[in-house]
Design a protein around this ligand. Structure first.
Ligand code: NI
Length: 178
């Protein structure tokens, strides 16, 4: 399949799956989040010709379909292949675990996946470290920043450029903490 066709298939699949979902604290469609994460990984591609760009983009666009929609692992594997479905699975929290253990668990599963999956996780947090929804308390914001530090610590080896971008976003987030 030509790469552009794959990107468009992923976007159409995600647009349908997330059609009723909005960005938190906003009335913009959730698809914006997914395209922002895709934009981040597309910018890394020229720096990382060693990576599988199809896996990078498909995991970026589809990274929330298992966690946030009714799409099943088998459907994802059938449409986009096992590597993408397993990457998205690793990027999804296991809701049966206690809340404070979910990120550590996801990160350990991400580290068992190809590098592309770790890059998507860093891209996801980079785009999420923007002005938080107005209803987030200071404590919630602080723990979000702390969680971002954990992501950075665990995944920084996957890509120096993304690690540096994430580190900068963590520092910039300071302005939302008071
Ligand atoms: Ni996300």
């Amino acid at each position: 399949m030509y790469q552009i066709e794959l990107y468009r298939d992923c976007l159409a699949f995600a647009a349908f799956a997330h059609q009723k979902q909005m960005m938190p604290g906003s009335n913009l469609p959730y698809l914006l989040h997914l395209t922002e994460v895709a934009a981040e990984v597309i910018c890394v591609m020229p720096l990382r010709p060693d990576l599988d760009s199809d896996l990078l983009v498909s995991c970026a666009v589809l990274h929330d379909v298992l966690e946030d929609t009714s799409v099943a692992f088998a459907t994802l594997a059938e449409q986009f292949g096992r590597a993408t479905a397993e990457g998205v699975q690793a990027l999804s929290k296991n809701a049966t675990l206690p809340k404070d253990a979910q990120m550590e668990d996801s990160l350990s599963r991400i580290l068992a996946q190809p590098t592309e999956v770790a890059i998507v996780k860093m891209a996801d947090r980079i785009v999420n470290l923007k002005e938080p929804p107005h209803y987030w308390t200071i404590d919630k914001r602080k723990s979000y920043q702390e969680e971002a530090r954990l992501i950075h610590r665990q995944l920084k080896k996957a890509d120096v450029y993304m690690a540096e971008r994430l580190e900068n976003k963590i520092i910039m987030y300071e302005k939302y903490l008071s």
